[in-house]
Design a protein around this ligand. Structure first.
Ligand code: HEM
Ligand code: HEM
Length: 185
């Protein structure tokens, strides 16, 4: 299978990057929107895509381990290299923590998790009032909720820095950093 070179990233790296990036941005935006506006109809969609992305995230991490990180396009300053490394790690760790914490919050909270209509974890209704649920483990649900929120906001900041970096390379440095991630050759 083709691997990354300094001039061109492999089709696997490009495809996995954009699949995960688009789903990530969509989930961050819908997550905040549905929670702040209490749009409960969006919850099952958010959970299903959240579970789906976990599959691509695992593939991407395995690919990163096998293929190594892409070498920078040119000799950037030490601080620039360090900053991009920190942001790339934050992005990767964030993509792992979000599906796990979301799953934990919903499953342990008793709300249940469906994957596009297939029941993965059943809802746990309160017999006294079936509209309400009883948590399976309130503490784990709470930890999941806190991590989901904190990691979510950290990721939004990391994605913003990451996009600024990508456009800085393209507009100011005028190098191939963005082009090698956007063009299949
Ligand atoms: C990469 C995947 C995911 C991303 C980026 C993401 C992002 C977000 C964000 C930004 C929020 C709003 C902030 C908050 O947590 O309070 C949110 C809320 C939520 N997410 Fe996710 N999420 C992901 C996966 C999941 C998964 C897999 C589940 C469950 C199976 C899930 C369930 C929820 C629920 C139930 C809420 C609403 C919490 C509330 O109403 O208080 N998420 N998500
Ligand atoms: C419009 C938004 C985005 C743009 C323009 C963009 C652009 C890029 C570019 C140009 C690279 C290559 C860096 C290099 O050559 O060293 C890259 C790598 C990377 N990006 Fe993005 N990206 C975006 C969104 C995202 C999102 C949302 C995530 C994850 C949450 C993400 C995670 C990563 C990671 C982990 C890498 C390291 C290489 C890899 O593992 O594929 N990116 N991005």
């Amino acid at each position: 299978m083709q691997t990354d070179t300094p001039n061109q990233l492999s089709p696997t790296t490009i495809a996995l990057h954009w699949l995960v990036a688009i789903m990530m941005i969509g989930l961050l935006a819908t997550g905040l929107y549905m929670e702040q506006n209490e749009i409960y109809a969006l919850y099952p969609w958010h959970k299903s895509f959240g579970v789906l992305i976990a599959f691509f995230v695992i593939l991407r991490i395995l690919w990163r381990i096998k293929n190594g990180w892409p070498t920078p396009v040119s000799d950037y300053t030490a601080i620039e290299r360090l900053l991009s490394k920190i942001v790339h790690y934050l992005l990767l760790i964030g993509t792992v923590l979000m599906p796990i914490s979301g799953f934990m919050m919903s499953a342990m909270g008793g709300h249940g998790v469906d994957f596009f209509g297939i029941e993965l974890v059943a809802r746990n209704p309160d017999p006294a009032d079936p509209q309400q649920v009883i948590p399976l483990n309130g503490a784990l649900a709470q930890i999941g909720h806190v991590v989901h929120g904190l990691a979510g906001y950290t990721l939004i900041a990391a994605v913003a820095l990451h996009m600024i970096g990508a456009f800085k390379h393209h507009i100011i440095d005028k190098d191939r950093t963005l082009l090698r991630m956007t063009s299949f050759k």
